[in-house]
Design a protein around this ligand. Structure first.
Ligand SMILES: Cc1cc2nc3c(=O)[nH]c(=O)nc-3n(C[C@H](O)[C@H](O)[C@H](O)COP(=O)(O)OP(=O)(O)OC[C@H]3O[C@@H](n4cnc5c(N)ncnc54)[C@H](O)[C@@H]3O)c2cc1C
Length: 436
């Protein structure tokens, strides 16, 4: 086989990937008493984790288990057991013991008190080192070492062998590849016979066909509009509410990001994107009451130019575009505008139409949707159902969540459970770690 025979010493648990999932897998396994080796292809751990939350690190969320799962559109139910076994409260307790106290902000979002994700990585790295985990950098796992449907370690680039009684694959997804998450785990999973569901971007901005409008509106924020995603035939597929920011190619912001996995999934499956977006910029008002309001504003200020009436309700740049869409002169006096035209304006403000051409690419997404199929993994242990001694954790699995700290907690919980289970398999009874 041309393998380099270097008599590797055998770890009980070999962890591949030093992101949040791999670091927590290594921590749980070493707490159980196992001899643990972690392989990381970068020169340091947690590069992606260091940039999360704009560098502040939205580590987890205090949502109840059910609310948490509702924020995981990609296979949320699969995580029930892992999130119960190692919850966000357990995670916060563990981090506090490491000298990383956390604080809660709006919508249950949890950040380190010092607001530095990089320092959390430093604390985890120090903990793993002090606990005796062998951290090996600049090593890329290229193949699994398999024999009789058992995993016995991994083969790194250069054919160096790392033997392990068990292995946890925590190589992350395929977004932000510059951080090291280049999708290597999918090939390892396939080698073991696992199904890997199609990958597509999750939490990524949307691209619109109306490029001229995007250029004019670039940088404009709309507060809390209602977005309705429909098919070309007008069938509603998804509805989201939240702030939106126009960019030179389309829209970003929480509501757009939340819709993105639906758009990218459709585009990945069909090859083309045939979706429309209706933006209700005044969702608090019904169309009828908005029309009445416009009519009363026009009758109270008949000499005012129509554009100035619209600007009382919409941001200036959007008001000008709406006036053009309504095919009225911006300078036309409001008192000279027909009732029908004001009703049409109300309808437009409640249904600003856009055509979606797709999303920004996976490389720019905050999370990868799709991955190692959950059907062939045991949700209680993260163990492969196909190969003995093989475990998966974190974003490499076909799970993905909305923003709010959910994705990182998924990495922590699945990593922890995989690490415990791998150690147990290697002969070390599972240590319990619960928040008191
Ligand atoms: C810009 C940005 C901001 C984000 N902000 C947040 C946030 O605030 N809150 C939140 O919850 N989530 C956030 N996320 C998502 C979150 O960072 C990920 O979901 C999480 O990092 C996944 O953890 P992981 O351990 O599974 O994978 P990763 O963090 O991707 O780590 C995988 C590790 O494996 C290593 N690796 C890969 N292949 C190999 C190989 N063959 N051999 C050895 N090592 C390998 C990589 O170098 C990497 O270090 C953000 C993502 C991005 C891109």
């Amino acid at each position: 086989m041309g393998r380099q025979e270097n008599n590797p010493d055998t770890s009980d648990v070999l962890v591949v990937g030093g992101g949040p999932a791999g670091m927590f897998a290594a921590a749980a396994a070493v707490i159980s008493g196992a001899k643990v080796t972690l392989l990381e292809k970068n020169e340091r751990l947690g590069r992606k984790m260091s940039i999360t939350g704009g560098g502040r690190g939205n580590l987890t969320n205090t949502a109840s288990l059910n609310d948490f799962i509702n924020n995981v559109p990609g296979n949320g139910r699969y995580l029930f057991s892992a999130l119960s076994r190692f919850s966000s409260a357990d995670c916060r307790k563990f981090l506090k013991e490491l000298g990383v106290p956390t604080k809660e902000e709006e919508c249950g979002r949890v950040f380190p008190v010092n607001e530095q994700a990089g320092k959390v990585v430093d604390a985890l790295e120090e903990y793993l080192t002090v606990s005796g985990v062998r951290l090996i950098y600049l090593v890329r796992a290229a193949e699994l070492l398999l024999a009789n449907r058992r995993c016995q370690g991994v083969i790194a680039a250069g054919r160096r062998i790392f033997a392990g009684k068990t292995a946890v694959i925590a190589t992350g997804g395929a977004s932000y590849p510059q951080t090291g998450s280049t999708g290597d785990g999918y090939a390892l999973a396939r080698q073991a016979g696992h199904q890997v569901t199609p990958r597509h971007p999750g939490l990524v901005p949307l691209c619109l066909a109306e490029q001229h409008l995007c250029r004019q509106l670039q940088g404009l924020s709309i507060t809390n509009p209602l977005l309705t995603l429909t098919t070309a035939e007008g069938k509603t597929i998804a509805i989201e509410r939240g702030d939106v920011v126009f960019t030179h190619f389309g829209i970003s912001g929480p509501a757009a990001l939340r819709l993105s996995r639906v758009v990218s999934k459709q585009k990945t499956a069909a090859g083309v994107c045939d979706l429309c977006l209706l933006m209700d910029v005044l969702p608090e008002m019904s169309e009828e009451s908005l029309a009445d309001l416009l009519l009363s504003m026009a009758s109270e200020q008949p000499q005012k130019a129509i554009i100035n009436i619209i600007k009382q309700l919409l941001p200036g740049r959007l008001a000008a575009i709406c006036a053009r869409m309504l095919q009225v002169s911006e300078h036309q006096k409001s008192g000279e505008t027909s009732k029908g035209a004001w009703r049409e304006a109300a309808r437009l403000f409640k249904n600003l139409p856009f055509t979606i051409t797709g999303t920004r690419p996976l490389a720019e997404a905050m999370v990868t949707a799709g991955g190692v199929s959950v059907r062939e993994l045991d949700p209680r242990t993260m163990a492969s159902r196909l190969v003995d001694g093989l475990y998966f954790a974190g974003e490499v699995i076909d799970v993905d969540a909305y923003t709010g700290g959910f994705n990182m907690q998924i990495a922590f919980s699945t990593g922890w459970v995989a690490g415990l289970s791998a150690a147990e398999k290697a002969g070390f009874p599972a240590a319990t770690y619960k928040q008191e």
